[in-house]
Design a protein around this ligand. Structure first.
Ligand SMILES: NC(=O)c1ccc[n+]([C@@H]2O[C@H](COP(=O)([O-])OP(=O)(O)OC[C@H]3O[C@@H](n4cnc5c(N)ncnc54)[C@H](OP(=O)(O)O)[C@@H]3O)[C@@H](O)[C@H]2O)c1
Length: 364
C-alpha cells in the first residue's frame, strides 16, 4: 500500500512540476513573442520540439519512479555508499544550505577534507557546525567565496592554492534563481554572472590543481530548466529585455555547455567533468520568486529533500563506474536527456570564447 502511494506520489510530482513549468513556458513564450529579436535563430518548431522531448523526459521519469527497483535515486546511492574518500579534498560552492550542504555532509562522512566555499561565512560556519554535530570526525572548513565578484573568486583561489596541496573533487553547486534584475560587481547579469561566469573563472583558476591531483572530477549543477534556455549572445546580460525565469534557464544551459566543452578540452588528463540535474528539490532556491515559493510549499511533500537532491551530485563525484565518463549529463544517478541547444558544439565553443573575453582570461 505504502509502495503504491509512493509510486503515485512520484508520478504526480513529475506531472505537476511539468504542468507548472509548461504554464511558465507558455507565459514566457508570450513574453518572448513581444520581444523583437529575443529568440533570433530559434524557431517555434525548435521550442516545441524541445518541449515535447522534455515532456517525454518527465513521463520517462514517472515510469522509472514507479519501478520498484529504482525506488528513487536517493536510496540507490545511499545503499551503495562504498566509495571512501580518505585523503581526498573536496571543494563545494554554496555549501551552507540545500543540496550543497547535504553533499558536504556526505563527502565528510566518506572521510574527505571538505572545503565549503560560501559567500556568507557566518552561515557557512553554522552549516559546518551542524555537519560536525551529525558526524564528529568531519573535516570541514569554511572559506569565503562570492561568485558575484571576480576579485573575491581570485582571492579565494589564491589563498586556496597557497593552503591546499591537492583538489580531487570540485562541485560547482552554488546558484541563484529568478532574482530581480541585478548585476554582479563586474557588471554581469546575476544569473549568468554567478551560475556560469563565476564558476567558469573558479574552475579556470583551479584547473591546474585538479590536473596535478588527477584522477579528479568536476561536477557542475545544471538543471532540467536548460530545456527552456537559449544563449542570447546578442544580449547575454539581458539589458534589452529581462525575464528572470529565462535568465535562469540560460544560465543553466550555460552550465551544461560549459561541462561538455570542458570535458572535450580535458580529454586524456584524467580529470572528468559531468553536469547534473538534481531533481526538483525543496530548498531555498525559490527565495526570489513568490509564485515558486508558494508552489514549492504546496507541493513540498512531493518534492525531493535536499538530501535526495544531493544524490546525483554525489554519484557523479564518487561512483567507481564513472571514473572515465566525461561530458555527460545525469539525473537520478543515470544519464539524462540533453536538449538540442545543450548539445551544440558550436554554441559551446562560442560561449567558451565569450566567457573568456568577459573574464579577461585566456583558456585554451
Ligand atoms: N532546488 C532545485 O529544485 C534545483 C533544480 C535544478 C537545479 N538546481 C541547482 O542546484 C544548485 C543548488 O541549489 P539549491 O536547491 O541547493 O539552492 P539553495 O538552497 O538556494 O542553495 C544555493 C547556494 O548557492 C549560494 N550562492 C548564491 N549566490 C552565491 C554567490 N554569489 N556566491 C557564492 N554562493 C552563492 C547560496 O548562498 P546563500 O545561502 O548565502 O545565498 C546557497 O549556499 C543550484 O545551482 C541550482 O541551480 C536546483
Amino acid at each position: 500500500m505504502n509502495r503504491v502511494f509512493r509510486r503515485s506520489a512520484r508520478a504526480y510530482q513529475q506531472l505537476s512540476v511539468g504542468g507548472v513549468i509548461y504554464v511558465c513556458v507558455l507565459y514566457s513564450s508570450r513574453a518572448i513573442g513581444s520581444e523583437a529579436g529575443l529568440l533570433s535563430g530559434v524557431g517555434r518548431t525548435t521550442q516545441y520540439y524541445s518541449f515535447s522531448k522534455f515532456l517525454c523526459e518527465l513521463l520517462n521519469q514517472a515510469v522509472h519512479m514507479s519501478n520498484p527497483i529504482m525506488k528513487g535515486a536517493a536510496i540507490q546511492t545511499e545503499l551503495s555508499a562504498v566509495a571512501v574518500l580518505d585523503g581526498k579534498t573536496v571543494l563545494i560552492t554554496g555549501a551552507n544550505t540545500g543540496i550543497g550542504k547535504e553533499t558536504a555532509l556526505d563527502m565528510a562522512k566518506r572521510g574527505a577534507r571538505v572545503i565549503m566555499a560560501c559567500r556568507d561565512v557566518e552561515k557557512g560556519e553554522e552549516a559546518a557546525a551542524s555537519i560536525r554535530a551529525a558526524y564528529s570526525k568531519a573535516q570541514v572548513e569554511v572559506r569565503e567565496l562570492d561568485l558575484a565578484d571576480t576579485c573575491s573568486i581570485r582571492a579565494f583561489a589564491q589563498q586556496f592554492l597557497r593552503d591546499v596541496n591537492q583538489l580531487h573533487i570540485l562541485i560547482n553547486n552554488a546558484g541563484v534563481m529568478m532574482c530581480p534584475y541585478t548585476k554582479t560587481i563586474d557588471g554581469f547579469e546575476m544569473h549568468i554572472g554567478v551560475n556560469h561566469l563565476g564558476h567558469f573563472l573558479l574552475t579556470y583558476l583551479l584547473i591546474g590543481q585538479l590536473k596535478r591531483s588527477a584522477p579528479a572530477r568536476i561536477v557542475v549543477l545544471s538543471s532540467l530548466a536548460h530545456n527552456f534556455g537559449w544563449i542570447r549572445f546578442h544580449d547575454l546580460h539581458s539589458q534589452g529585455s529581462y525575464n528572470s525565469g529565462l535568465a535562469y534557464c540560460q544560465s543553466k544551459l550555460a552550465n551544461g555547455l560549459f561541462a561538455r566543452e570542458l570535458a572535450r578540452r580535458l580529454k586524456d588528463t584524467n580529470v572528468t567533468v559531468n553536469s547534473v540535474h538534481p531533481g526538483t528539490v525543496n530548498s531555498d532556491l525559490t527565495r526570489h520568486s513568490t509564485l515558486m515559493t508558494i508552489f514549492f510549499t504546496v507541493f513540498s511533500m512531493f518534492l525531493k529533500t535536499p538530501r535526495e537532491g544531493a544524490q546525483t551530485s554525489i554519484y557523479c563525484a564518487v561512483a567507481e563506474e564513472l571514473h572515465s565518463i566525461s561530458g555527460k549529463h545525469f539525473s537520478d544517478c543515470a544519464p539524462a536527456f540533453v536538449a538540442p541547444q545543450g548539445r551544440s558544439e558550436e554554441t559551446a565553443r562560442r560561449l567558451w570564447d565569450v566567457s573568456c573575453e568577459l573574464l579577461g582570461i585566456e583558456w585554451d
